[in-house]
Design a protein around this ligand. Sequence first.
Ligand code: HEM
Length: 315
Amino acid sequence: MAFCSLVSLFLLLLFTAMVSAQLLSTFYDTSCPNALSTIQSAVKDAVAKESRMGASLLRLHFHDCFVNGCDGSVLLDDTANFTGEKTAFPNQNSLRGFDVVDSIKSQVEAVCTQIVSCADILAVAARDSVVALGGPSWTVKLGRRDSTTASLSTANSDLPGPNLDLSALITAFSNKGLSTTDLIALSGAHTIGQARCVTFRNRIYNETNIDSSYATSLQANCPSVGGDNNFSDLDVQTPTNFDNNYYVNLVNNKGLLHSDQQLFNGGSTDSQVKSYTTNSDQFSTDFAAAMINMGDVDPLTGTQGEIRISCRKIN
Ligand code: HEM
């Protein structure tokens, strides 16, 4: 009897170890020692060519992790008999950088065939993008594998939209095991990149918690009708520097999205936003920690999933 219990305990432990295999920063050290430097130089080139690409690559990792975990699902193309996530409302006509990911993947395949997952490429490219734009660095944990599935409906339900209020933002992040501190720190990603008029039109015409001259200047490029795809910078001050100005904007009622300004609108998150305006080191530390937490959301590991050859399609 005691022996049977020991055996079942052993099997349970083995099973747990198999399904919850840990991500490790050293994962490719022997199987593909040049993986990280290959990704880093490709990201540097892409950001040097177009600084916004750093923002677009960072966002891809976020949109990957929030839909059934960081598993490369966001990269899968639709086909006649496969529906990916690219046509989800938050993604369609919005996500970009897929060609750059293809180019990184082919450079990585050239140094080690079918070793490095697309999900890990996104995680590393996100970090390298932040660094290329002057932000903090962190050690990326690796060993994610790629999904053989995608979920359009989960992309639509789980990716937070720009019209959410604070409580819904907190819930969307807590549904992924991320704290309110993570939410506030990760939102600092909006210190880089751009948003389309359609995502902030209501705010600049109808909301009152917005600096009026800021709203007026945005209206010039975002008419009340039409111009849906006209871009504005998410950070009005330093759109291509990864810094803490996003939070300075918020305390001045210059958040571009409704969801941005929700973080500083008289609620429970005001104090953390305010502290980041004067303590950029704290923001850097919290952002790096939150990126690691986000990268840990439900990865496929061990023998789960696959290593895709092309990030756009399952093998
Ligand atoms: C808190 C909830 C969030 C909401 C509601 C949100 C929403 C949005 C929206 C609406 C846009 C503009 C999309 C468009 O115009 O097509 C955008 C852009 C962006 N988001 Fe977020 N976002 C959130 C969190 C995050 C997080 C956690 C990250 C990364 C860690 C991130 C990174 C970015 C970046 C870098 C851009 C600019 C992309 C580019 O220029 O290509 N966002 N976001």
